[in-house]
Design a protein around this ligand. Structure first.
Ligand SMILES: [Zn+2]
Length: 299
């Protein structure tokens, strides 16, 4: 019932990455986010055959003033499954104090604590709503190159090698949601909130960003179009000017949601056109116009 979009934070990082220089820390944060999203997509593929489950993906809720972020909620008759999806790679260990360590030996966030918090908040929310549904948490590792050492048993962990069997079990166990579960899903959908502000996105200003149109294939900037087509010399991608400009406007709105869309603005952002005619035509065709003279803009 709720499809997964590219998270806003990742959208911003992707756009910024081609228009400014990331330092090492920013680059590794970006890679981390990209990898997490990749893991969620492969989880979605895995979950496709589970037709008797209602899925709400990439869910943000506020429960008793706590923010609750979840990769995937699956609702079947009588049970609400919380899936926390991880795309970690390499040999991880749980040390004697119960801390999780990366292949390099660094302490990493314990995903079980995150899952536990999610479970608590979900239970609170269901109770607030007056619904009696069982909550079942699952920590799912999707990367076949992942291994975890020294794991106490009976933790709600699904390893990559167990994914198929786990799905078989789900298929047998889960029965079709009833009107009751559908109502729960609809109610949850109606109280979703925005992603929390992204504190780890690098600071950026309009003036500090490179202007131009970025190729969606290889993230290089286009050269001038030939007639009405851009030809990327980085990857041979070919794109109509209109499509490319509309895409760039979308990127602009993601980064600067409050700035007005004007011919001059889009002309400057796209950077590559010799005159404003093309921009004006595209704006007129695809947007509505509002206001007069200096304050006029498109929306
Ligand atoms: Zn390209």
């Amino acid at each position: 019932m709720k499809e997964r979009d590219v998270p806003k934070e990742l959208q911003i990082l992707r756009i910024l990455r081609s228009r400014m220089n990331f330092n090492e820390e920013e680059e590794s944060y970006y890679q981390y986010k990209e990898k997490g999203y990749e893991g969620e997509i492969s989880f979605d593929k895995w979950a496709e055959p589970l037709k008797d489950m209602i899925f709400l993906n990439d869910v943000n809720l506020s429960v008793n003033n706590n923010h609750f972020q979840n990769d995937s909620l699956g609702i079947s008759a009588g049970t609400l499954h919380i899936f926390e999806v991880k795309n970690l790679e390499g040999d991880y260990t749980i040390d004697k104090e119960g801390k999780w360590r990366s292949p390099k030996g660094n302490i990493v966030k314990n995903p079980l604590l995150q899952l536990e918090k999610a479970e608590t908040l979900m239970n609170q929310l269901l109770k607030n709503m007056g619904w009696r549904v069982k909550v079942e948490p699952h920590l799912v590792f999707v990367n076949p190159e992942f291994h975890l050492y020294n794991v106490p048993s009976h933790l709600p962990i699904i390893y990559p090698a167990q994914l198929l069997r786990f799905r078989e079990k789900m298929l047998q166990r889960c029965s079709k949601p009833t009107r009751f579960e559908i109502q729960i899903a609809e109610r949850l959908l109606s109280i979703l909130i925005e992603e929390i502000p992204y504190s780890s996105v690098p600071d950026y200003t309009y003036d500090g960003l490179r202007k131009g149109i970025v190729c969606p294939g290889c993230q290089k900037f286009y050269n001038s179009p030939i007639y009405t087509t851009f030809y990327c010399d980085g990857c041979d991608y070919k794109e109509e000017t209109t499509t490319a400009v509309l895409r760039s406007i979308k990127e602009f709105k993601v980064l600067f949601p409050t700035r007005h869309l004007t011919t001059n603005q889009v002309f400057d952002w796209c950077g590559i056109f010799r005159d404003k005619r093309t921009i004006r035509t595209i704006l007129k065709k695809n947007f509505k116009h509002k206001g007069r003279s200096a304050a006029s803009h498109y929306y």
